[in-house]
Design a protein around this ligand. Sequence first.
Ligand code: AVI
Length: 361
Amino acid sequence: MPSKDEILTFRRGLPCYKGIARKSWEGGRGELTSFSSESFPQDFQKEVREGLHAADKSIPCRYFYDRRGSRLFEQIGRLPEYYLTRVERRILKSYAPLLVKRIIQDRSVLELGGGNGEKIFSLFKSCPRRKRFKHYIPLDLSKAVLESSIPVLLKRDRSLWVTGLHANYEEAFKLLGNGNKTHRVRNPLVLFFLGSNIGNFLPHQRRFFLSQISSFLSPSDRFVFGADLKKDRSVLEAAYNDKQGVTAFFNLNILSRMNRELNSNFNPKAFRHVAFYHEKEGRIEMHLESIKNQKVRIGTDEIFFKKRETIHTENSYKFSIKDLDKELLHYGLQVEVFFTDPKEWFGLWVLARNQSLPNST
Ligand code: AVI
């Protein structure tokens, strides 16, 4: 169990961001620290304005995840066509005892995009309680999801400590001290980055992220991440065009979010969900296509959409094992173990920082 001291060390190390907000449960056994751009509507407004005034209109995909968007994403994870969640879970489940024994025991678990912790906790349900981690640090874009899940996790396991961090990934590394080990929990960490979230970065963002991870990791830390692999186009496209239309709702919800939060007047019925695999880029692209010529007001701005013009809302990159291995190595991340499923649809990497790199502490 982390000592109170460790939690305080961690907390004290957080740089002071404006707008920081804290909440605690069960006498401090559970905590939530919030300082994400989600609480700064001006960031959302600025990025939407920039994105929609550009020649190729776009909105960053992180704005999908308001309360409704996060719920819809949970629903996507249960869809028959969306194999990513299912296959990754199957891999994790089959190797859970090995992961616990070799990787998790005696480390604190920091989950990037942790959400409700459902994935991690269901995974280790069958392992004896004493072998499970005692300190869980979920970092998520959705404050609502963290607020509702932390008390549930604490009630379920009375010996667990939970430190929720409400932040986006760019903020995460500043927050965690960016390699400055005095700003961290003392326990070695295992960082989880599941669900192929890495696929939503553009290549330059992914490279920056991996270099940040590499300089953040201590030799005793581990980084476990899941990534969706290249496969038949029909399987990929079906996963983003489900029959029930949940992914379409998820995509269109960003328009309703803008209406609510940015005082815009989008008519979601005047746009349609489009998702396709872009072979050359190696990614699924999601767009919202205007079904007619139309003008939309956003605050005091007016944006014109031609019929068939699209707002590019998400990229979801698909990887080859060989290329990703090479990229990881380039950033000083050594593959300790690699797991996949029989069809090689999804990959799970366990990485350690290359020992020959200069120590960042
Ligand atoms: C969160 N992320 C990995 C999902 C993906 O597959 O790129 C988001 C998503 N978009 C549509 N469906 C799911």
